[in-house]
Design a protein around this ligand. Structure first.
Ligand code: HGY
Ligand code: MN
Ligand code: MN
Length: 423
């Protein structure tokens, strides 16, 4: 243990308290296989937030919410006017998600602040635990709406007309959400004049690297870029039994042609480029009608901006050249270029991991995170803990209580370091 981190702080991180809070959250939206389905801006999401607020208020943290639903829990420093250190992640899950993606980062930040206070330590700077709205983008696409709006990357009203599967708009769901949380102090959207001193996000790795290399901590240095598209293919629905092929304008068959062409466009012998079609909706979606319309999603990722630009910009023409009988409209809904973290936070994480005695590795993130949108606002960074089998976005996602406690200790040491820094 180096002298930069008070032993009392590390000792105050409570593995079983953090684990039982996580398991309490996992009950809200529990699905078979120990998974979670807790979409953003739903009653389940609000129940989880109320549980978090209750724990925060027990601790004496000041709770506030902004106009896009980002939730903040503030630990006061000895210099209240000093730029705060932010730490957190997201509370919404994938529809067939796990118990740790996002929510652990929020609870680890709460655990770190609680450990600082229970160790009898103070910090110069305030520390604000944050839960960003709609990171996953499962119900309302794209993801990271809360952090993008807060950081000014996109205007807050950008997604008002986005609808979920039930046709509810993001605006309507957000208004209902803010109404339900009208008792919580409202705060302005954004850094409100003084940017945070730093932002640190703890998150499960969602990949196999740390487990395979028998490591405890990932010191995240960068996040690869992501581009999302929605493709609407329009043909004509007709009778499956009576319509001869030469008369058909079959949107499903043309979608297959388009996806085959996209597979060729995105083929990467190095297996670095990630191309995924995860969502397909056909209309009228019956077995005995030729599909007149299809909507499918594209998720494209790469760590090199030039590759992401080149391949992403070729998607629309590749699709249109592949169609035989239908027309297509291609809409880009998410555009996040590869992002590198400034050295301040990764360096602090590295020192904290050493102080805690954790085996750590500097590594990039294959998943996107809210942290990437904080980079233009303040020095940002992330802490990874191992994921069993590298599995995530699946009910069997798992990290052990010990692994998560080590992550919370490194987060606590990192926050204590940053929150006591001068400039
Ligand atoms: O999709 C992602 O990369 C993140 O896990 N939401
Ligand atoms: Mn996540
Ligand atoms: Mn996720």
């Amino acid at each position: 243990m180096t002298d930069s981190v008070p032993p009392a702080l590390i000792a105050a991180v409570d593995e079983s308290r953090q684990w039982s809070r996580l398991m309490g959250m996992a009950m809200l939206g529990a699905i078979p296989g120990e998974g979670v389905n807790r979409a953003a801006l739903t009653p389940l999401d609000r129940q989880a937030r109320r549980l978090l607020v209750a724990w925060a208020e027990e601790l004496g943290l000041a709770v506030s919410v902004d106009e896009i639903g980002n939730l903040f829990l503030r630990h006061e420093g000895t210099e209240p006017g000093a730029a705060p250190v932010l730490a957190g992640s997201h509370m919404d899950s994938q529809p067939s998600g796990g118990r740790f993606d996002g929510i652990w980062g929020v609870l680890a930040a709460l655990e770190a602040v609680q450990a600082i206070r229970e160790a009898g330590l103070s910090t110069r700077r305030p520390i604000e635990v944050v839960a960003w709205t709609n990171e996953e983008g499962g119900r309302f696409a794209p993801g990271c709406m809360g952090s993008m709006a807060w950081a000014g990357y996109r205007p807050a009203g950008t997604w008002d007309d986005v609808t979920d599967a039930a046709g509810i708009t993001f605006r309507a769901a957000l208004d209902a959400h803010l109404e339900a949380e009208a008792d919580i102090l409202r705060r302005p959207l954004g850094p409100a004049g003084t940017p945070p001193f730093a932002y640190v996000e703890a998150h499960i790795e969602q990949g196999p690297r740390l487990e395979a290399d028998l490591l405890d901590i990932g010191i995240v240095t960068a996040i690869q870029g992501s581009r999302w598209f929605v493709v609407d293919i329009t043909g004509e629905s007709s009778h499956a039994g009576t319509t001869p092929l030469f008369l058909r304008r079959d949107a499903v068959q043309d979608m297959v042609r388009a996806i085959n062409a996209l597979n060729a466009l995105t083929h990467d012998p190095l297996d670095v480029l990630r191309f995924t079609v995860g969502r397909v909706e056909a209309h009228p979606n019956t077995s005995n009608s030729v599909a007149g319309r299809v909507r499918f999603s594209i998720d494209l990722r790469h760590p090199d901006a030039a590759v992401l630009r080149e391949k992403g910009d070729a998607i629309e023409s590749t699709i249109k050249d592949a169609l035989c009988f239908c027309t297509a409209v291609v809409t880009e809904t998410f555009h996040a270029m590869p992002t590198a973290f400034q050295p301040v936070v990764p360096d602090a994480v590295e020192r904290a991991a050493a102080a805690v005695g954790a085996r750590a590795l500097r590594m990039p993130s294959g998943a996107f995170h809210d942290a990437q949108f904080l980079v233009p606002v303040c020095p940002s960074g992330m802490i990874f803990v191992p994921s069993r089998g590298g599995v995530s976005h699946h009910p069997s996602e798992y990290s052990s209580p010990e692994q998560l406690a080590t992550g919370a200790k490194v987060l606590a040491a990192t926050l204590f370091d940053l929150a006591n820094r001068e400039a």
